[in-house]
Design a protein around this ligand. Sequence first.
Ligand code: C2E
Ligand code: MG
Ligand code: MG
Ligand code: MG
Length: 280
Amino acid sequence: VAKEQGASSYHFFSQALEDSLNEKMYLENGLRNALHDEQLFLVYQPLVSPASGKTTGIETLIRWRHPKAGIISPAKFIPLAETSGLIVEIDLWVLREACRQAKDWQDRGFPKIPMSVNLSAKQFYRTGLLEDIQTILEETGLSAQYINLEITESVFIKHMDPVIETLTQLRNMGIQISIDDFGTGYSSLSQLQSLPISVVKLDRTFIQGAEQSEMKSSVVKAVIELAHSMGLQVVAEGIETEQERNFFTRLECDELQGFYFSKPLEVSIFEKYLITEYSQ
Ligand code: C2E
Ligand code: MG
Ligand code: MG
Ligand code: MG
C-alpha cells in the first residue's frame, strides 16, 4: 500500500508540476501579445494623509485582461515577465501610461500629486534606463517631481555602485525613489542610509497585527523613528482596518495606503473617488 501511495503521490506531484509549467509557458507566450493587443491596463490606489484620509499620492498597479483566463494579477505574471526579459518593455509601458494619465489629470484641474510607479530591479542591470525615462517625461510633458519610482531591496543584491549611481542621477532629475515592501528583504535601515531615496514603504507583514503585539509594535515604532531620523518619509502599506489606521497614525507615518481607504480602482472609478473626495 505504501508503495502504491508513493507511486501515486509521485504521479500527483509530477502532474502538478507539468500543469504549472504548461501554465507558465501559456502565460509567457500570451504576455508577448498582451502589450501589443492592449490587454494590459492600470489601476490606481490612493496614498492618503493619516489624519484627514485625503489623497496625497497615487500608486499605479498593472493588470492583465487575458482573453481566456480573465483578469490576471501581477503577482502571477510579473515574475514571468522578469525571467523572460519582457519586464523592461512592460515597465516602460506602465511608466508612459502613468505619466500620460497624471498629466491629463493635472491639465483637467485635479490637484498635482505624485504618481508612484513600480520598477523591476531588472531595469537597473541594463543600459538606457535614464534615457528611456527622460524620453517618457518629454513625450508626456509631466514634470519629474510628480514621479515616484518604487523599487524593492532586491535591487541591491548585486553590485551596489552602479545602482547607486543610477539612483543618484534619477534624484538629480527630480524623481523621488521609494523602497517598496520594506521589511520583507534582508537589508536594514542603516544600509539604506547612504542611498538617494526619500521614502520607505513598510510592507503589510509589518502592519498586520502590530497593534496587538507588544513585540511587533516596538519593532515597528523603532523602524519608523529611525527612518524619520534619517530624513526618510514613511508609508504604511496594506492598512485594512480602523485599528490599523489609528495605530499607524499615532506612530506618525507620513502616508497610509490600503483597502481600508480604497482598493486599486480602474481609471474612471478612481476619478469619481477623487472628485467625491475633493468636493467634500
Ligand atoms: P506592491 O507594489 O507592493 O503593491 C501593493 C500590493 O498590495 C498591490 O497588489 C495592492 O493591490 C495590494 N494591496 C493594497 N492595499 C492592500 C491591503 O490593504 N491589503 C492587502 N492584502 N493588499 C493590499 P497587486 O496590485 O496585486 O500588485 C502586486 C505586486 O506586483 C506589487 O506589489 C508590485 O510588486 C508588482 N507590480 C504591480 N504593478 C507593477 C508594475 O507596473 N511593474 C512592476 N515591475 N511590478 C508591478
Ligand atoms: Mg509598490
Ligand atoms: Mg509593497
Ligand atoms: Mg510587492
